[in-house]
Design a protein around this ligand. Sequence first.
Ligand code: NDP
Length: 272
Amino acid sequence: MSKTDVTVLGLGSMGHALAAAFLANGHRVTVWNRTPGKGDDLVAQGAIRAQGPKEAVQASPVVVACVLDYPTLHGVLDGSWDALAGRTLINLTNGTPAQARETAKLHDGEYVDGGIMAVPPMIGGPSAFVLYSGSRAAFERYEDILGELGATHFLGEDAGMAALIDLALLSGMYGMFGGVAHSVALAASGGLDPAEFTTSLLAPWLVAMTGVLNSITDDSPADMQVIAFGNIVAASNDQGVDPELLSHLTTPFRQMIGPDAAGLTLEEMLNR
Ligand code: NDP
């Protein structure tokens, strides 16, 4: 069976990885990037370089876009919306749910929005997954192709859902990264080597904690956690480590404790 032709708009780190995965899977891949040189290796492997976005869009029934952000995407497609009409636009550019819904309205054809939960070297590998929402018909028709990038999760016909859940997952990740930065600073204030601390203690601890995400307060009551949390803030102050980031966790901790804690400051919660 002949493979579906695919166009990839944007050959930054991620777009390049997407195009390479489609090429590796035997598709006729047309590519366009603002800076043409970024596609040289792909062209050497058989990709077709389009001279502009319009030519790129006209080359395939499926157009995968992955550029910096939505304003960039709209700039790239300005003048090509007519050519895109009737084709399937799969937009893997990171943005907000509102931007995804707005883009769906601009496109006269099937629109699927996506959130890539992977870094470029993971594309096509076993741990990559991508969230999708928008046209179910298009998603189902092209699910096999999308599966070449990573596992697929379809989240419904609201084009904004993939962006929402992408940002929810990124919130968990960036919250963890912020916590890691604070954790390392606190350990370093006691003289520990940051890299050694991270490898031997912090990483195993975080991995172990992912096992209890669904039961965060079952065995460790929230009231108890708030006291530990206050201790972190106090010790950070004592060690000269700015507690600013963790001070902002007061609100989620309040939510964890329940409605009777709403409106309380951290100090009031600790003294309840
Ligand atoms: P890069 O910075 O590597 O690439 C950005 C892309 O946008 C390039 O193709 C660049 O073209 C293009 N671009 C930027 N400004 C313009 C412009 N004014 N006009 C035309 N094209 C422009 O980013 P990534 O490839 O890493 O990311 C692309 C998308 O993928 C982002 O939305 C990102 O959030 C998402 N993503 C990235 C991940 C990652 O780990 N890299 C992970 C998950 C999602 P040029 O080469 O000419 O500059």
